[in-house]
Unconditional design. Structure first.
Length: 278
């Protein structure tokens, strides 16, 4: 059996419970991929996005949903070694990858030397939306996973003074009829790492050419790393801690919060306080 077929088989057999079942559950529960969709799967070159590509391929073959998919990698200025590694992995995994060029790394660094990662992420999103429209896609799939969701939640609480999280899908504000989806939403990172090790795969971690120079001084990078370490520590005390954080966002008791905000409008518990006693 060819290697890429063995890797595909591992997703739906060896990692059926940890990866495939959770991927399918997210797709179904949140209605991420529907009949007639054309999905642009965004590949950064890391483990998460390449696994996402293979899961989408398997869904297309076995999921019973008629949809189209294309696999795109934007080159924001990778060095040649990282670029070739991405192309090599696409070949190993038999992913029909289109790579297109941009100068985002250089522009992001020149605009914001202290937080280039934040600027880079914002610029990437715009490039990808434009590429999706060019390809006639109505959905963009990103490789964010369960751990990203939990970390984002804690970051918003500890450093943003609000309770919010990364949603499984959202409408684009600037591009009509375009949605961003996160099909790995329920898949834990350790399961992805286990899949990588099981198949003896190797992916780039961060291909940014100035990551080493800034030495994680970008606050958005260091704070997320801080959350990873915090969750790791708390998991030693309670193995379900990350799941409980995640589940709490689907179980908010509005009778017991000081205030909520929707579409920019704030509502205090005091607004209806006297009404509840009458």
């Amino acid at each position: 059996m060819e290697r890429y077929k063995e890797i595909e088989r591992s997703i739906i057999k060896r990692f059926r419970k940890e990866i495939w079942a959770k991927f399918v559950k997210a797709v179904k529960d949140y209605k991420l991929i529907n009949e007639g969709d054309k999905v642009m799967v965004c590949i950064s070159g890391g483990k998460d996005s390449f696994l996402l590509a293979k899961c989408v391929e398997e869904l297309k073959k076995h999921g019973g949903v008629n949809f189209d998919a294309c696999y795109v990698c934007m080159n924001p200025g990778y060095n040649e070694l990282n670029k070739q590694m991405i192309l090599k992995n696409a070949k190993i995994l038999n992913v029909d990858l289109e790579m297109f060029e941009s100068d985002i790394f250089d522009v992001a660094n020149s605009l914001n030397e202290k937080s280039p990662c934040y600027m880079c992420a914002r610029m990437r999103r715009g490039y990808l939306y434009n590429k999706a429209k060019e390809l006639g896609c109505n959905k963009i799939a990103l490789g964010h996973h369960f751990d990203d969701v939990v970390e984002t939640t804690l970051l918003s609480m500890f450093y943003g003074s609000e309770v919010k999280t990364m949603l499984p899908k959202l409408h684009s504000e600037n591009f009509e009829n375009l949605e961003l989806i996160r099909p790995l939403y329920l898949v834990k990172e350790y399961s992805i790492i286990s899949w990588v090790k099981y198949n003896n795969l190797e992916f780039i971690n961060c291909a940014c050419k100035f990551t080493e120079r800034v030495n994680n001084s970008d606050e958005s990078v260091s704070k997320r790393k801080e959350m990873k370490e915090l969750i790791k520590h708390l998991r030693e005390l309670n193995p379900d801690i990350d799941y409980n954080v995640f589940k709490s966002l689907d179980n908010i008791n509005l009778n017991c919060v000081l205030g909520t905000k929707k579409n920019g409008v704030y509502k205090s518990f005091m607004d209806d306080y006297d009404k509840t006693t009458k």
